[in-house]
Design a protein around this ligand. Structure first.
Ligand SMILES: [Fe+2]
Length: 310
């Protein structure tokens, strides 16, 4: 069960026919319909937005205001200065720390301007999210019921003309650092990859793989990295894995698969890292990534990384 916040028809929004988050919907498969206004090959990636209920709440060292940071990034994305994304993907840790109901209320409100501009928003669960509370918040917003059984993971496929995005869920326990895809989800992933061989697959999750190959539970990484890598290595349609969690901008290659670490929009653990988002442009045989820092003086601002598919 994935969570997509679909675009809002602005006319309906203004007249109140659809009010605010009442247009939240569940989609088993989200098809990015061709739209003459926006290319379906351009996407905005954000991670670790850490939105709290209270817009004045700060966090991190030195402390910053996550809502203010998201606001600056939202303005940059919607300005279309470097490209016009057709949608937004947030790779986890959407809310502050404990996945509280009020956090999700503010989160939905802060992402509303994207939806009003016709951009769907796809959320991925991180270790500071809470699946049950998130689904409750969606149900409350849509005047529907929370699913009677909370799925163990929220995963989905976003189909686009050039690639299929597989959105994965590595939340094992809220406010507990390590992550786990789990056997059930990995089985779903391999089944779906096997039935979607026609296009390149880009996987998106929250947790960083453990590149050492020696999983230590306290490391905070993806605990089932070894099985995950084993399953995607031989499936040649898998071209990239996007993730967040470490609040770091980094790209590397493992078995020919691009590993893209999306930086945080909220706090950072290494002060040299940018607060930033990434513009993804899909090509026929690869992709281009452009880093957009909140601080235009940051040395990585406007860095472009061109990557070819294996
Ligand atoms: Fe985070």
């Amino acid at each position: 069960m994935p969570i997509t916040l679909p675009p809002i028809n602005r006319r309906h929004f203004i007249t109140g026919t659809i009010s605010g988050a009442a247009a939240l919907l569940f989609h088993p498969v989200w098809s990015a319909e061709p739209d003459e206004r926006q290319s379906q090959d351009v996407w905005a990636f954000l991670s670790d937005t850490h939105i709290p209920e209270n817009r004045n709440q700060t966090g991190g060292t030195p402390s910053i205001n996550p809502v203010e940071h998201l606001s600056k990034i939202r303005t940059d994305i919607l300005s279309g200065e470097i490209g016009k994304p057709c949608g937004v993907i947030v790779s986890g840790d959407c809310v502050y720390l404990h996945g509280l109901p009020g956090d999700y209320k503010t989160l939905f409100e802060e992402f509303m301007p994207f939806r009003e501009k016709g951009l769907p928003v796809h959320f991925v669960m991180g270790n500071h999210d809470n699946r049950h509370v998130f689904l409750n918040a969606v149900a409350q917003s849509t005047a529907t019921n929370t699913p009677p059984i909370i799925p163990s993971r929220l995963h989905s496929i976003v189909e686009t003309p050039k690639v299929n995005f597989f959105l994965l869920d590595s939340l094992e326990k809220t406010n507990h650092t390590p992550g786990l895809f789990g056997e059930e989800q990995l089985q779903w992933l391999t089944d779906e990859l096997d039935s979607h061989k026609d296009k390149p697959a880009i996987l998106v999750g929250h947790h960083n793989p453990d590149y050492s190959g020696n999983i230590v539970k306290a490391s905070g990484a993806l605990q089932d990295t070894a099985v995950f890598f084993e399953q995607i290595r031989e499936r040649k349609q898998v071209k990239a894995y996007f993730y967040g969690h470490t609040h770091t901008w980094k790209t590397l290659r493992v078995n020919g698969i691009h590993m893209i670490n999306i930086p945080a929009t909220a706090w950072r653990f290494d002060q040299s890292q940018p607060f930033a988002w990434v513009l993804l442009t899909l090509k026929d045989n690869g992709m281009s990534l452009t880093l957009r820092s909140i601080d235009p003086e940051h040395p990585k601002h406007n860095e472009i990384v061109n990557l070819a598919w294996r």
